[in-house]
Design a protein. Structure first.
Ligand code: PEP
Ligand code: MN
Length: 349
């Protein structure tokens, strides 16, 4: 199999346990995955755990089980590397795909060391987003690998930590991977729904969203007996469920050959563009007035930011927005952006 990410059929699937636990577990899951759509088997060998004392991975011994599983079934293997020693051991044991974990991507020193250890490698290297919602840090890590002439790269979206409670273990923040995709249009983008979800119920809907957003692949934690897993038990699924999820995904295409559909879509897109131009024109006019207000306030020595007035406007717009079926979150964001731009215009002399 050609393990060039750009050549794999979309969406491609990597699956396997959070952690390699025993030789039997690794061999059992490899045999099941070989019969599934998975193009490679993942298994964590060194586990970056939040607290010491939790299961921290079986270490080097597990690499021999991965190698054995590959020799027996032919399934390529994938594991996380967090330092140059891991890189050396993984490659020595014929691991095919390496991934950089979220807790490593946050550290430019670690990323640089790993990238240098992998210089020029042709194997796929997947770079998870950093734990914090920082697009630049994710991009920076990718650039460090590119600079070491590592071409077979992919980005792996596993969500972002947040202190507030949420239904997710890690908040998806879809806008961040989509912004990454606009910065690197040719870079394959994969979803790790397991670490976003934190529980197995959310895996299917997350995969569907990713598919609707044109993601290129998935990495999904899969275990022969999920409830007995030594790490991340709640979010792991059986190979049977994995196959069901893949079979139930609703695949959408970028185009349709139906002519009428194409014409109607083009018409509606034109209508939207017309409205968008009007919005921009109106915003331009609004800002011209803001500039005048700025001159006025300056002449009278009145401060530019008037919190009470701003509060009133926002309340009014939230009311109006809800009459037009616009969510309060959107109206707030939209008006904050307008208000900021308006202040800048008022500051213009
Ligand atoms: C993992 O994939 O097993 C893992 C530790 O994930 P993350 O780096 O996303 O926390
Ligand atoms: Mn895990």
């Amino acid at each position: 199999m050609d393990l060039k990410l750009s050549n794999l059929d979309r969406p491609f699937l990597l699956a396997g346990p959070c952690s390699a636990e025993t030789e039997e577990q690794v061999l059992e899951i490899a045999r099941d995955l070989k019969k599934s759509k998975a193009v490679a088997m993942r298994a964590g060998i060194w586990k970056p755990r939040t607290k010491p004392g939790s299961f921290e991975g079986v270490g080097e011994e597990g690499l021999r089980w991965l190698k054995k599983a590959k020799e027996e079934t032919g399934i390529p293997t994938a594991t996380e590397v967090a330092n140059p020693k891991h890189v050396e051991l993984a490659l020595k044991n014929d691991v095919d795909i390496l991934w950089i974990g979220a807790r490593t991507t946050v550290s430019p020193f670690n990323v640089q060391e790993i990238a240098e250890a992998l210089k020029g490698i042709e194997n796929p290297v997947l770079i998870k987003n950093p734990v914090n919602p920082d697009l630049a840090l994710w991009m920076g890590a990718i650039e460090r690998f590119k600079k070491q002439n590592i071409q077979n790269l992919g980005a792996l979206h596993r969500g972002f930590s947040a202190y507030e409670k949420s239904k997710y273990r890690n908040i998806p923040e879809w806008q961040i991977p989509l912004d990454l995709k606009s910065e690197f249009p040719d870079l394959p983008l994969l979803l790790d729904p397991s670490h976003i979800a934190g529980n197995r119920q959310l895996i299917q809907p997350l995969c569907q969203t990713a598919l609707d957003l044109n993601y290129d692949g998935f990495m999904i934690e899969t275990h022969p007996k999920p409830d007995e897993a030594w790490s991340d038990a709640k979010q792991q699924i059986t190979p049977e469920i994995l196959n069901e999820i893949m079979a139930n995904l609703n695949f959408k295409t970028n185009t349709s050959s139906n002519e009428e559909f194409g014409e109607n879509l083009a018409l509606m897109r034109d209508q939207i563009s017309d409205i968008d131009y009007k919005i921009l024109e109106s915003l331009g006019k609004r800002m011209e007035i803001a500039t005048k207000i700025g001159d006025f306030k300056r002449a009278e020595n009145v401060s530019i930011f008037q919190p009470e007035h701003w509060k009133e406007i926002l309340q009014e717009m939230l009311k109006k927005g809800s009459q037009h079926d616009l969510s309060s979150g959107f109206v707030k964001k939209f008006y904050k952006a307008i208000h900021q731009e308006s202040i800048q215009h008022q500051q213009k002399e």
